[in-house]
Design a binder for this molecule. Structure first.
Ligand code: AMP
Length: 220
């Protein structure tokens, strides 16, 4: 099964994607995590992506699409993929669709996790992630057991530079002006579900599992 989770920065998309991928036994692929790993590794991809990411801009489609298509061809993606943060533009969605057709697969369902902008801004101001594995915390609503340290792997927690200042506003503008157009793209394919993301983590998770199951049953 291949699923896309659409949600703004701070919508809880990353947390939900990790939980959902585990429940469904499919691979969680987060484009932002792949870019940050490439930047840490100081490889070519990281060098190409760094300036765009620091400014809060989208990395150009050709770089992003290549990275994702290479990743989903790996054997650990054969059972299915949960896409988190990709696609973000119509061009990316079209490139993904044509590649999936090429390898005899398809997107089964896309879920939009909807959260109002003012709630997103509040959540982002408290968001911290861990250096080693990008586990997400919120110092107001979901703090780690020991301040500044990841509960799961003991690595340092830090606030992303693009979660602050102008970059965060720019990223939300891009989401609401551009990425949200993907909901029309997938609705036209009868593959769109929407969930209220402004609820507790467990409630959102249950709603996601339920909606995906219902979608699968009605389209089977
Ligand atoms: P994220 O962790 O998903 O918020 O992504 C962090 C940054 O990586 C974004 O602000 C973009 O600069 C870049 N990025 C991640 N995914 C994409 C994508 N699908 N297309 C273009 N840029 C992306």
């Amino acid at each position: 099964m291949n699923i896309i989770l659409i949600g703004a920065q701070g919508s809880g998309k990353g947390t939900q994607a990790a939980m959902l991928a585990q429940s469904l036994g499919i691979r969680h692929i987060a484009s932002g995590d792949l870019f940050r790993q490439a930047i840490d590794a100081q490889n070519d991809l990281g060098m190409q992506a760094k300036t765009y990411i620091e400014r809060g801009d989208l990395v150009p489609d050709n770089i992003t699409v290549r990275m994702i298509l290479d990743r989903i061809e790996q054997p650990d993606c054969a059972a299915g993929v949960l896409f988190d943060g990709f696609p973000r533009t119509i061009a990316q969605a079209e490139a993904l669709d044509s590649e999936l057709v090429h390898i005899g697969r398809q997107i089964d369902v896309t879920v939009y996790l909807s959260v109002p902008r003012e709630v997103l801004l509040k959540r982002l101001s408290g968001r911290y992630i861990c250096r080693a594995n990008q586990h997400v915390y919120n110092i107001n609503t979901r703090p780690p057991k020991v301040a500044g340290i990841c509960d799961l792997d003991g690595s340092e927690l830090y606030q992303r530079s693009d979660d602050r200042g102008e970059a965060v506003q720019k990223r939300l503008d891009i989401f609401f002006n551009e990425t949200l157009r993907l909901t029309d793209y997938y609705a036209a394919q009868h593959k769109l579900e929407e969930i209220n993301g402004n609820q507790g983590i467990e409630q959102v998770h249950e709603a996601l599992v339920r909606q995906i199951r219902e979608h699968r049953d009605t389209t089977a």
